[in-house]
Write a protein that binds this ligand. Structure first.
Ligand code: DOR
Length: 427
């Protein structure tokens, strides 16, 4: 029997409303007991001054494999997840070919097992080939292990298809994750539509494009009883639409990315394509609204939308460069700096949105340090100040707008199934 003691850390487990300094014992890959004294365990990890949290979960990651291995592979993407403190991730199906069959789901699972880094859950396509015309075989995809459905990168556009997707997914109690965007309003857009886009002469993507699709999705979820999860929310209007829907007990959840609670459209004045993503960086008041949504619980989840793109693609002119930024290795530091240190959320509140909440949305048995649970644990140094050095990313890509930023808070030790899988460099 292998036994590891994590000693003297501040154990924060929002799933149990636990926040106290204690010793945690892992036995054979599972959480075994609390308040255990050191007593000849095989390994003792000194966690004094650190936070011991359930392994972080990122429910929005693009691993790019199959098809775009020049940007990321399952091996490099899961290594980046570990470096960022994530023990479980959910990967998106906008690969080439898209993940819309059992065989594709199994391929990803197989590659993830070969990599042996973190847990990988597959989010499969809503529609065949992500074309938005015909529903994928949702039942078969569930059988293969898909935990949710999305055509991310694009919205599920056809309202009838979306209605039927809700009805089918409901049979398996799976959520539909939608990239909410009315395309007629965003087509050709490079950045958020507002004063800055006007001044820069760049074509804009109005917030109304997101708000209108979020509203449609909520109406359809309400009509069918289905579960809608709004991906990467970015506009104040959408946050308000979700807030009101939650009051009516619609089955809606939502997520926000660190860039959308940290940066705004002013950044585009640099014309740097590392500030180009979809949805775009919005106005300062939208950023405030996202933070308010995190604070009052309208926004359930913090995710990254980790979207690696090889340097040569991102180095094109702004209108040619693809949308998206890498996020796995900076998310925790941005949460620590922009939310916790800034006084918006406490660590327990922030960690709830990175552990048990995404686990509940995806219906996966993760995100808790309850006795008997898998020993997936992230030990966080909340005071660690570090500088983002993209050349040291484990990700294959380095398209981050946060290069050179000094952040506070970093994963120190990352444990998956009781095994130490990542240890931060000292100093
Ligand atoms: O910025 C983005 N990049 N947004 C998306 O929805 C897709 C993603 C990608 O796949 O690159």
């Amino acid at each position: 029997m292998s036994r590891t003691l994590i000693a003297g850390g501040r154990v924060i487990d929002p799933s149990q409303k636990l926040d106290r300094v204690t010793n945690l014992l892992i036995e054979d890959g599972r959480i075994a007991a609390y308040d255990v004294a050191p007593n000849g365990q095989d390994l003792t990890i000194d966690a004094r001054g650190k936070i011991v949290a359930p392994g972080l979960i990122d429910m929005h990651v693009h691993l790019r494999e199959p098809g775009r291995e020049e940007d990321e592979t399952i091996k490099t993407g899961t290594a980046a997840a570990l470096a960022g403190g994530f023990t479980s991730i959910a990967c998106m199906p906008n690969t080439e070919p898209p993940i819309d069959t059992q065989a594709q789901v199994e391929f990803v699972q197989h590659q993830a097992a070969l990599a042996g880094h973190c847990n990988v859950y597959v989010v499969a396509c809503v529609s065949k080939n992500r074309e938005g015309k015909e529903l994928a075989e949702l039942g078969q995809l569930v059988q293969a292990g898909a935990v949710a459905f999305t055509d991310d990168g694009s919205p599920v556009y056809d309202a009838e298809l979306m209605r039927r997707a809700f009805e089918y997914a409901l049979m398996f109690d799976k959520p539909i994750l939608n990239h909410a965007e009315v395309r007629e309003l965003t087509s050709g857009g490079v950045m958020h539509e507002g004063l800055v886009s006007l001044l820069l002469g760049l074509s804009g993507m109005p917030a109304a494009a997101e708000d209108a699709m979020v509203s449609r999705d909520i109406v359809l979820a309400e009509a069918t009883g289905g579960r809608i999860h709004i991906m990467h929310i970015s506009s104040g209007g959408s946050v308000e639409v979700v807030r009101r829907a939650k009051r009516r007990a619609v089955r809606v959840t939502t997520e926000v990315c660190p860039h959308h609670f940290t940066l705004n459209d002013e950044c585009l004045r640099s014309f740097d394509s590392n500030f180009k993503m979809s949805p775009p960086l919005r106005s300062a008041s939208d950023v405030e609204a996202c933070i308010a949504g995190l604070v009052d619980g309208t926004i359930d989840v913090i995710c990254t939308d980790h979207a690696p793109h090889a340097l040569e693609k991102k180095m094109q002119e702004l209108d040619q460069a693809p949308f998206g930024i890498v996020g796995l290795e900076t998310a925790l530091g941005l949460v620590g700096t922009r939310l916790v240190q800034a006084g918006h959320l406490t660590w327990p509140q922030a960690l709830e949105k990175m552990t048990i909440n995404p686990a509940r949305v995806l219906g996966i048995d993760k995100g808790t340090l309850a006795v008997g649970a898998d020993a997936d644990i992230t030990i966080i140094d909340p005071d660690r100040r570090w500088t983002v050095d993209t050349s040291r990313f484990a990700s294959k890509s380095s398209n981050s707008p946060f290069a050179g930023w000094v952040l506070t808070g970093r994963a120190d030790t990352v444990i998956v199934g009781g095994k130490v899988k990542h240890q931060a460099e000292r100093g």
